[in-house]
Design a protein around this ligand. Structure first.
Ligand code: FAD
Length: 381
């Protein structure tokens, strides 16, 4: 079996890459280890409406948020969005929508097939190995998420050592406010944060993320405490019960050392493309998948899949997003060390932001907020 491109992993990065390459008339196979796209869920689905529109995600697949409450231990900031900017996606349906779009474009998806590693010939990646067989490909894209199975074995990157570790209940909570998302920092989620993300029809994702190894706490323990505390914080969980329980990891580092090589690219979490500011990676994975897919299609058109040709993706990504994503990482490293008192003080800075600026900061448009003068050197000292 031989394909122009084989993609390991059918998350948002892999599916977006597959659609892009298939649209350019190339043969693409996506291998997914699980039996179902988008399941089990390992993400909370917070995102941004304008970005999702740009990515062609239909409005019925996300739930708009009209208010964000940011809670420090003894301080709070509120942001209202009469015209919603933020949203929470229906994760399973969005990921399956991406799969449908890739299939319509001509990509093939094979479920229940784990990629064990790359096939290497004289240092070049020429395909992938599964338990049953080897599959030839002119280009392989590693979109396996935080494990970065193929990039590691191809010797491009040693893998990640710092992760956001999350645990979450997806509740049916009939009285919980469906307009309001809540972000909680400080002792409730040391080195990370906790969240309440409504996503429609009475459903609410309540979770805790902790940065490992900055803090050694297990998010599950903090999650049960959080559920007990939420009514005191104004979150109405009367009659609520969990319908699903989720857990997952997201790399919380700079990009992979290298995410392009001879016959191989990495995209999405596999290459560290998420924003580590708040552990937000779904739309970044879609952008990375699209950009990687365009690069692969261009390289195939020129009949050159060498590292020199494929590194166009790496250069473009770094040029377009490098500064904001590096700043996000530096800020995350710093805030992961803040104690309750520091969070209380720093919340005063957040209070100076307009709702739009707060949303832009969450979106990792940090240079934009910086330019607006609210987050620059000296702010809030
Ligand atoms: C607890 C938690 C909460 C989060 N909340 C948010 C949020 O609110 N908003 C946001 O934007 N982001 C959030 N993220 C991050 C977001 O989920 C990821 O950044 C995003 O899913 C990355 O997409 P991806 O396609 O790169 O990888 P993934 O979504 O991880 O997809 C990788 C796919 O590859 C498959 N796979 C793995 N190994 C193999 C293999 N060897 N062979 C074949 N298939 C394989 C996996 O099964 C999976 O389907 C959160 C992450 C966590 C852990």
């Amino acid at each position: 079996m031989s394909f122009d491109a084989v993609i390991a992993g059918a998350g948002p990065a892999g599916l977006s890459a597959a659609e892009t390459i298939a649209r350019r008339g190339r043969t693409v196979l996506v291998l997914e280890q699980n039996h179902e796209i988008g399941s089990p869920i390992r993400t909370s689905g917070g995102s941004f409406i304008a970005e999702l529109e740009r990515l062609g995600i239909p409005a019925e697949l996300y739930h708009p948020i009209r208010r964000v409450r940011f809670l420090a231990p003894n301080n709070a900031a509120h942001f209202d969005y009469p015209q919603p900017t933020l949203c929470v996606i229906d994760v399973r349906r969005v990921f399956q929508f991406l799969a449908e779009r890739a299939i319509r474009a001509g990509a093939r998806i094979r479920l229940a097939t784990a990629v064990e590693g790359p096939v290497l010939e004289n240092g070049r990646v020429t395909g992938v190995r599964t338990r049953a067989e080897s599959i030839e490909a002119r280009v392989v894209i590693d979109a396996t998420g935080y494990r970065s199975t193929v990039l590691k074995q191809a010797g491009l990157d040693p893998g990640f050592a710092r992760f956001g570790a999350g645990a979450e209940y997806d509740l049916f909570a009939p009285f919980c406010d469906q307009n309001e998302a809540v972000l909680i920092v400080g002792g409730a989620a040391p080195s990370g944060y906790a969240w309440v993300f409504p996503w429609g029809r009475g459903r609410v994702r309540v979770g805790v993320g902790i940065i490992h190894p900055d803090h050694r706490g297990q998010p599950e323990k903090f999650l049960d405490r959080l559920i007990d505390d939420l009514p005191r914080l104004g979150v109405d969980l009367r009659g609520a019960q969990a319908v699903e329980k989720h857990a997952g990891l997201i790399p919380s580092e700079r990009f992979a050392r290298r995410f392009s090589g001879d016959g191989i690219l990495g995209a999405g979490d596999a290459a560290g493309h998420a924003s580590s500011l708040v552990g937000e990676g779904i739309r970044w994975a879609m952008y990375a998948g699209k950009m990687a897919g365009e690069t692969v299609a261009d390289a195939l058109d020129r009949n050159d899949v060498s590292r020199a040709a494929l590194s166009a993706f790496e250069k473009k990504w770094r040029r377009k997003f490098g500064l904001n994503l590096s700043l996000a990482h530096r800020i995350n490293q710093r805030i992961a060390r803040w104690d309750d008192e520091k969070w209380d003080r720093r919340t005063e800075i957040l209070k100076k932001l307009s709702p739009e600026q707060f949303a832009e900061a969450l979106k990792t448009n940090l240079t934009g907020v910086w330019r607006a003068g609210k987050w620059g050197p000296g702010a809030g000292k």
